[in-house]
Design a binder for this molecule. Structure first.
Ligand SMILES: [Zn+2]
Length: 474
């Protein structure tokens, strides 16, 4: 008999499989051959079966599936992360800061931003993502993502209503041509790590003609569909004024919801819109840390527990670098678990096991990859994360899923594999030159802010006065 081979044997103390039985295995190991998991079993058995395989992990590690972030802007804001003050109203944030800063981007910036965001995701245990459709220079974004080794679905900036910022202005025909071009050049097939989806900016930035064309293109290319909607009541008011309908009602009327899209934010959702989500099989990307940063009122008006009760696939996203400001899905998962417990004074809402499922299998389902990733099972791609438990937040380890959601965050991630390839080792991303990345990101960020030209606010030189600053005088 031919000797079976494997490239890697990964040993762990706990393996949180997320398989159909949701087994948590103790003192077991996972073998990887090429891109996929080829066996799960006792370490000694796997060693005998696969002599010569490199062995990683060990007794102090928790092995879990790589997480899936269903809404993140990998370019753009990344290079002015946390620069926009956090006390601004929506219009000042968007029109006076965000728009001009995005317009100040140069070729090369998207490459750098995508690399930085991917490294932040990988180092905190996210192995797959759905982009927000915000790349200005899509080719360099795809190049950079492929270089890091992350898995994801991306899109260029597609809209046809707003005039500003000028570099983003598109006619309807241009927007459709752009979308068609990206779907043709980056098809979602053959297990490719990076592919394009039909992603619209959404909100009120698209004509009905564009929505219909994007729907037809998504269908023709068998591509996924995603867009932003209703973080704020502005979208509700605009759809009502134009069509006398709620946003998802109108999008269902014209066939968009038949594409089972990933709808991002949806802080405002009526009963009829929840019915549409449940009937269409659409997915929701809940971005709790973005709501907290921007003050959307997610705990007052959000209906994510009700959506989950209706078996709507509620998943987790982190959003952009000035709305949430970080890409650590473990921090967002922690917020998902906690916000509604507090708001409704009901600790039974979003228990840790459910939230970890949202961050893994749920995200995989939204990305149409649940047969391939999201759990640790033989035959699936080896998208895996080793959490190091020799850390204060991990000890004592008594309930591993509670610990993942409530105690740990991305800092404890030690080793990450995507598609069978080791991309993070001992906490460092090994597919890029990290030291060069920190330097280049700093230079590019400072140059971008200089082109923006707005005078620095007090807060960049000294802390601004706060309402309770008077204690300094007493
Ligand atoms: Zn977004």
């Amino acid at each position: 008999m031919m000797q079976e081979t494997a490239d890697l044997i990964i040993r762990a103390w706990h393996i949180v499989t997320m398989n159909p039985a949701r087994d948590i295995l103790l003192d077991q190991a996972v073998a990887v051959r090429g891109r996929r998991i080829c066996a799960i079993g006792a370490p000694d058995d796997l060693r005998r079966r696969f002599p010569g395989a490199r062995e990683i992990g060990g007794q102090r590690f928790v092995l879990a599936p790589g997480m899936v972030n269903t809404h993140i802007h990998v370019t753009g804001e990344t290079l002015f992360k946390s620069f926009i003050p956090d006390h601004l109203g929506f219009e000042e944030h968007v029109f006076e800061w965000l728009g001009p800063l995005l317009a100040a981007r140069r070729p090369g910036d998207d490459r750098l931003a995508a690399r930085l965001t991917a490294v932040e995701m990988l180092r905190s245990g996210t192995t797959c993502f759905l982009e927000a459709g915000s790349s200005q220079f899509l080719d360099e974004t795809v190049d950079a993502l492929l270089e890091t080794g992350i898995r994801g679905r991306v899109g260029g900036w597609i809209w046809d209503v707003p005039d500003e910022p000028a570099p983003y202005r598109q006619t309807t025909d241009q927007a459709i041509a752009r979308l068609q071009d990206q779907l043709e050049r980056y098809p979602d097939r053959d297990g490719g790590l990076i592919a394009a989806w039909a992603i619209l900016v959404g909100h009120t930035t698209g004509t009905e003609h564009l929505w219909r064309a994007a729907t037809a293109l998504a269908m023709e290319h068998a591509a996924g569909f995603a867009f932003h909607m209703s973080p704020d009541a502005i979208d509700i008011r605009d759809f009502d004024r134009r069509y006398g309908r709620r946003p998802l009602e109108r999008l269902a009327d014209i066939g968009v919801m038949d594409q089972r899209p990933v709808v991002t934010h949806l802080v405002h959702a009526s009963d009829s819109e929840i019915d549409i989500l449940a009937q269409s099989g659409a997915h929701v990307s809940h971005c709790p840390t973005s709501a907290m940063r921007c003050g959307y009122g997610v705990t007052q008006i959000g209906r994510f527990p009700e959506m989950a009760d209706r078996r709507i696939n509620v998943t987790i996203g982190t959003d952009a670098a000035n709305s949430a400001n970080h890409a650590d899905l473990m921090r967002a998962a922690h917020a998902v678990a906690g916000l509604f417990k507090d708001a409704r004074r009901d600790p039974s809402i979003f228990p840790a096991a459910q939230v970890f499922e949202m961050a893994t299998l749920g995200g995989a389902r939204a990305l149409r990859l649940d047969d391939e990733i999201g759990s640790i099972e033989v035959g699936k791609y080896a998208d895996l994360v080793l959490h190091d438990t020799d850390r204060p937040e991990w000890r004592p380890l008594l309930d591993v899923v509670n610990q993942l959601i409530w105690s740990a965050d991305g800092r404890g991630v030690h080793t990450v594999l995507v598609d069978g390839r080791i991309v993070v080792e001992n906490g460092r991303c090994v597919t890029v030159d990290e030291d060069a990345l920190w330097r280049e990101a700093q230079q590019a960020g400072e140059a971008l802010v200089a082109r923006f030209g707005k005078p620095m606010r007090d807060g960049t030189r000294a802390l601004p006065p706060s309402p309770n600053h008077d204690w300094r005088r007493t």
